[in-house]
Ligand binder design. Structure first.
Ligand code: HEM
Length: 517
């Protein structure tokens, strides 16, 4: 397709169009004809007729009031009629895969001129491809679904499964064997937890908190127990379709009766020949509204057992209204005498607690990976806003109190990131059992730290953005979303205080008996 040659104007040409009905402005070297748009302008027509705006270069005032994306929306992009002779645009959106050059907007390993002991050139290649994919395929969908509350389209899920992103989100392992990952950039046997962390980070970079969950987070936490504890026949029946994005899975553990005390669950499974008969309810189940399978914690005669329940007679799900978008498909589930084949038992009868506990580490580490990226994104938003927003004729960052907030925000996210990388490195060296033994505590402590710092950063960012942080659209929309949803990470996958306590209890278990001051 031929690129449109833009008409060129001088500043003087534009200055002649400065009245109602004949109104041009310059924004970042581009000339816009707002004559007819003025009456439709969401900020009102009058602001456009002001002295420093009509017929003038309104770049400064524009970027004080709008996000760049406004100019990129097709309905507004077409208002551009030309450009100013001899000027070039300065403010450009990132190309798919491109890195931000804002300091601290990217982790150190992605920052120009810095080094990392953990990430290789291969990780970098992989990251570039994953970022481009998420920017092109997932970002527009995220914006649509966050607003509409509708579940992610099958088209996006299909594209994710084609690149094997769904399988990669489950981490390294035998489920990757024979798969072409991201067009073959990384071999399945080379795929490690740093590759996986990249996938989570890039997903979180372009998605709101609810979309991170809506994009099959239920499957990411609900399928591993099937992979690790299901019979070969069950694995063959369920896993290929799930990784191909044809069937959805949710992890159904928590209940209105029991959250953190998994032992207090009331959903009951009673044996009847070759079937279990399951009765009970589940609450806060991510992706539950559209899941085909539920990895479900049940009380059985001799303790606690995990069953894979297929949607069918006796299973009903309804949407729960939560503080974030219903794109996450958070559900209340009722099981009413549901007949579940005994072959759908995951692990040994009565051994459900270890099935669930072994799953938690990976889930928590995944939540941490996503949460840190969003925290970093908020730092980037604040650095940009702080420099482009003028107060008392100077950038906001000229105020020491703003710089102090930025210092705290940067330090927090860098601390989180470095701790996360250190734990991820340990994961790469350890067997699954070693991880359960040695990393449950550190992962619990890190998750507590990340969700606490997230909320502190949300508070600071809200102060920096002021009223703009209170609206779901416009300049502060990411801050508003973060402020409203950062608390989710303090609850989902294990409540903050419980996890901090777990970390300390694990440490106490390992205290040498002879340790004395
Ligand atoms: C191509 C030119 C422009 C387009 C397409 C445009 C579009 C918009 C849109 C979509 C909004 C809604 C808020 C948002 O989504 O960010 C808005 C708000 C606003 N616009 Fe514009 N605008 C343009 C130029 C200008 C200029 C030159 C001014 C200068 C005064 C201006 C002043 C405002 C104000 C005061 C608001 C309300 C901001 C708020 O609620 O915080 N706009 N504009």
């Amino acid at each position: 397709m031929a690129t449109k040659v833009l008409k060129e104007f001088t500043i003087e040409d534009v200055a002649k169009h400065n009245i109602e009905g004949d109104l041009w402005v310059i924004i970042d070297s581009k000339v816009y004809d707002l004559s007819r748009f003025a009456n439709l302008h969401p900020g009102g027509a009058n602001v456009l007729y002001a002295d420093g705006v009509a017929g003038k270069d309104a770049t400064q005032v524009f970027f004080g009031l709008h996000r760049l994306e406004v100019l990129l929306r097709p309905q507004y992009a077409r208002l551009q009629i030309g450009k100013i002779q001899g000027q070039e645009e300065v403010v450009k959106p990132l190309a798919p895969g491109e890195l931000s050059q804002v300091p601290y907007a990217e982790p150190t390993w992605l920052s120009r001129g810095y080094f990392s002991p953990y990430y290789s050139e291969g990780h970098r290649k992989f990251q570039t491809a994953v970022r481009a994919f998420f920017m092109e395929v997932v970002q527009p969908e995220s914006v649509r679904c966050e607003e509409s509350g509708k579940r992610i389209s099958q088209e996006v899920v299909d594209k994710m499964s084609e690149a094997n992103i769904i399988a990669m989100r489950l981490g390294p392992g035998k489920h990757l064997k024979g798969r072409t990952l991201m067009g073959g950039i990384v071999k399945p046997e080379e795929f490690d937890y740093f590759h996986e962390a990249i996938v989570h980070a890039e997903l979180a970079r372009v998605s709101s908190r609810a979309v991170v969950d809506g994009l099959l987070a239920g499957l990411v936490i609900g399928l591993p127990p099937v992979l690790n504890y299901g019979s070969p026949e069950l694995v063959a029946k369920v896993v290929p379709d799930a990784l191909a994005g044809k069937k959805y899975v949710a992890l159904a553990i928590s209940e209105a009766f029991a959250g953190s005390d998994v032992g207090g669950l009331q959903t009951t499974a009673v044996r009847d020949g070759d079937y279990w008969v399951v009765t009970g309810t589940k609450k806060w189940i991510t992706n539950g509204t559209f899941a085909d399978y539920f990895t479900t914690g049940c009380k059985t005669d001799n303790g606690f057992t995990v069953l894979l329940i297929e949607r069918g007679p006796g299973v009903s799900t309804k949407q729960i209204k939560t503080g974030y978008s219903s794109v996450a498909g958070t559900a209340y589930i009722t099981f009413d005498k549901v007949r579940v084949p005994v072959s759908h038992t995951l692990g040994k009868v009565g051994n459900g607690m270890s099935v669930i506990l072994s799953n938690f580490n990976h889930e928590r580490w995944m939540v941490i990976s996503c949460s840190i990226t969003t925290q970093r994104l908020i730092v980037e938003e604040c650095l940009k806003w702080g420099t482009q927003r003028l107060v008392f004729g100077k950038p906001l960052t000229s105020q020491p109190v703003i710089r102090a907030k930025l210092a705290a925000m940067i330090s927090r996210v860098e601390a989180c990131q470095n701790w996360h990388e250190s734990i991820t490195y340990q994961m790469n060296q350890m067997s699954y059992n070693e991880m359960s033994d040695k990393l449950a505590g550190p992962i619990g402590l890190l998750k507590q730290f990340v969700s606490r710092t997230a909320r502190e950063t949300a508070e600071d960012a809200t102060q920096i953005f002021g009223g703009r942080a209170l609206t779901t659209t416009g300049m502060g929309k990411l801050i508003e979303n973060y402020h409203r949803t950062s608390g989710f990470d303090a609850i989902l996958a294990g409540a903050e205080d419980v996890l901090g306590d777990l970390g300390v209890r694990q440490a106490l278990k390992k205290m040498p008996r002879d340790a004395r001051l």
